[in-house]
Design a protein around this ligand. Structure first.
Ligand code: ATP
Length: 285
């Protein structure tokens, strides 16, 4: 028996840090939406009771450190399943890029095993289970457009953003989310206006959406990796309507209304950045 699941990347239209909690986690407020840059997760039923995982990417571990493995283990424990599974991941989402690739693979495993083993858990139950694997896993279970609060695990669905193209530029470095959060100084952050972004989406106002997107972590990542700041500047100069860093970076996201402009920006950035993509929002009007 073989099951396939699509595991879409996410981008942040906003990321704000509101405070630090007693448990060490930061209180965040993020607007995220899924894009059509997608890993392909294949689940093969095994006769034994073990979990195997393999991914076609040298930066992704093929053992119990893989978030997909952790998801399968959590699912087996929660629902007392004694069957085994081999997980094969075709990685198309860049790793350690701020695009939530590992979290999305984990979420795809939860959805896929739910079907394969006929558990019939709701998406809410899978999202709750995903919380112990990583803060972005609950969002990825739904993979729509949502406001994520708490440490990212509380999901409130939002209306879809207006139609647009997304240019992604990922410099050839990985950024550790942990390192960036360790450097947060709450007095120095530049806070995006989350409500204005939500209002812009509700009105389908692309111009207002583009001018309000923002990420409180940008300056920290820019200090650690000045090249990321240069790529943001290039994307702005090239004419993207709205430009923001996704997650803790290093991927820079540009929102563009028309494909011809997206293509021009893509061509302009390819000389400065190893990986550039044009994608569409998965959840769109
Ligand atoms: P986020 O935005 O949620 O912080 P990210 O996009 O920055 O995530 P990922 O690509 O999810 O980062 O990977 C982060 C780390 O997780 C890497 O060190 C990677 O080796 C590890 N990892 C474990 N499992 C996976 C997986 N299935 N896919 C990608 N990375 C994985």
């Amino acid at each position: 028996m073989v099951f396939f699941e699509r595991a879409p990347a996410k981008i942040n239209l906003s990321l704000d840090v509101l405070g630090k909690r007693d448990d060490g986690f930061h209180e965040v407020e993020m607007i995220m939406t899924a894009i059509d840059l997608v890993d392909r997760v294949e689940l093969h039923a095994l006769s034994g009771d073990h979990i195997e995982v393999s991914a076609d990417n040298q930066y992704v571990p093929n053992d119990e450190r893989n978030l997909a493995y952790k998801a399968a283990l959590a699912f087996k424990n929660k629902y007392h399943i004694n069957n085994g599974v081999r997980i094969e991941i075709e990685k198309n989402i860049p790793v350690s890029a701020g695009l939530g690739g590992g979290s999305s693979d984990a979420a795809a495993v939860l959805r896929g095993l739910n079907q394969m083993w006929s558990v019939h858990a709701t998406l809410k139950e899978l999202a709750d289970l995903g919380e112990c694997i990583g803060s972005d896993v609950p969002f990825c279970v739904y993979s729509t457009t949502a406001l994520a609060t708490g440490h990212g695990e509380k999901i409130h669905e939002l209306v879809s953003p207006p139609f647009c193209y997304v240019v992604l530029a990922k410099p050839n470095i990985g950024v550790s989310t942990k390192t960036v959060f360790q450097k947060v100084n709450l007095d120095e952050l530049h806070h995006p206006n989350t409500n204005k972004i939500i209002q812009a989406m509700e009105k389908g106002d692309f111009a207002s959406l583009s001018s309000n997107i923002g990420n409180a972590l940008e300056n920290i990542t820019f200090c650690l990796h000045p090249n990321v700041k240069r790529i943001k500047e290039k994307m702005v100069q090239a004419g993207a309507a709205g430009v923001v860093m996704s997650g803790s970076g290093p991927t820079i996201v540009g929102l563009v209304e028309h494909y011809s402009k997206a293509k021009r920006i893509y061509n302009g950035l390819r000389g400065f950045c190893e990986e550039v993509y044009i994608v569409r929002l998965l959840d769109r009007r």
